[in-house]
Design a protein around this ligand. Structure first.
Ligand code: UFG
Length: 340
């Protein structure tokens, strides 16, 4: 298939580009580079051995999106592009709703106009909200999210379901990610947050490489084994493989729109993650315990049974793999991707 990857220069998108090429697909990237560097593209081409066509456009521009589809022959879309910082979305809700919804609407319109009816969407475990029983299962239907970012995921899932209900040809896989971490084993691509990292793993990696003084653990008085929050961390390479599996399964899905959890099914605490990273680095890393972060849930993880049975997909990489690969990437690229 010739697959349009929106947000293909980003963290998960770039790893998925490599997995798609390795699986024999042609890839076209669209990215506005608002949260990624163009230099990732050269690395993707070096690692994959193929030319990766890139369209540097903003998908909220419906006319440009339409021209992109007129110009390229597209069989399927994997839609990652979007703003994704939980805290920022609380401060800038309009930007989040405008950007994430408009870009998706442009894509869906262009897909309809050009008869493209295969879609894989980058959703999130955040759609389960605060009250879903753990482990999360896909049939939980009171989806909600406490942040505007998370609400855009809930809304986009709904929009896609409505559009599919009106278009019998459309097939949509909604992939609900748990906590993606790790990097390509080459150390050439990885997560490169701009500014102070919001997420645990890149923060620990920047402490390890000397860019930050110490990790602040956000609360150690949660009702968990060691008092710190537990999350279902999965390796970005496993996650990328999940996209290929979902894409190749679209035509055989039991319903035209299907949600799949992509996680390991196991929770790991903040302190256990820090210890695993210390094993990868070979020394202790400085940390302090601070107050809880607003909005954090104590513990959640996936029930990944549906992805296993229907997609034949299972996460195989360990927490130690995730830390070793993140550390390799961070050591080789202490400041992330170069500007040029
Ligand atoms: N944490 C720290 N210190 C830090 C950063 C994080 O202690 O400096 C803790 C958090 O409190 C949390 C855990 O590490 O307990 C994981 O935090 P992340 O920010 O890495 O991940 P979250 O589970 O909070 O967020 C993820 C995704 C979001 C998604 C959210 C809810 O990054 O996109 O899950 O599903 F919305």
């Amino acid at each position: 298939m010739r697959v349009l990857v929106s947000g293909g220069a980003g963290y998960i998108g770039s790893h998925t580009v490599l997995s798609l090429v390795a699986a024999g697909h042609d890839v076209v990237v669209v990215d506005d580079f608002s949260n990624s560097k163009p230099t990732v593209v050269g690395r993707l081409e070096a690692l994959s051995g193929v030319h990766v066509p890139v369209h540097a456009i903003d998908l909220t521009d419906a006319a440009k999106t339409e021209r992109l589809f007129a110009h390229e022959q597209i069989d399927a879309v994997v839609h990652f592009a979007g703003l994704k910082a939980v805290g920022e979305s609380v401060a800038k809700p309009l930007e989040y709703y405008r950007n994430n919804l408009d870009s998706t609407l442009s894509l869906l319109e262009a897909m309809r106009h050009h008869g493209v009816h295969r879609l894989v969407f980058s959703s999130s475990a955040t759609v389960y909200g605060e009250h879903a029983p753990v482990p999360y299962t896909e049939d939980y239907d009171r989806l909600s999210s406490s942040s505007p970012y998370g609400q855009t995921k809930v809304m986009i899932e709904r929009i896609m379901a409505d559009v599919a209900a009106a278009d019998p040809a459309l097939r949509v896989a909604l992939l609900r990610y748990f906590n993606p971490v790790g990097a390509h084993p080459s150390g050439q691509i990885g997560e490169d947050p701009q500014g102070i990292p919001n997420n645990l793993m890149p923060f620990i990696a920047q402490v390890a490489v000397g860019r930050r003084d110490k990790l602040t653990v956000f609360g150690d008085d949660y009702p968990t084994a060691d008092g710190t929050c537990e999350r279902d961390y999965l390796h970005v390479e496993d996650l990328a493989a999940g996209h290929v599996a979902a894409l190749e399964h679209l035509d055989d899905m039991v319903t035209p729109v299907r949600a799949f959890n992509l996680g390991t099914g196991t929770g790991t605490s903040v302190l256990a993650m820090l210890q695993a990273f210390e094993r990868a680095v070979g020394r202790e890393l400085p940390y302090e315990v601070g107050p809880r972060r607003a909005g954090d849930l104590p513990a959640f993880w996936a029930d990944p049974t549906r992805a296993q049975t229907e997609l034949g997909w299972q996460a195989v990489k360990t927490i130690d793999d995730m830390c070793a690969d993140t550390w390799r990437w961070q050591q080789a690229n202490p400041q992330g991707f170069p500007d040029a």
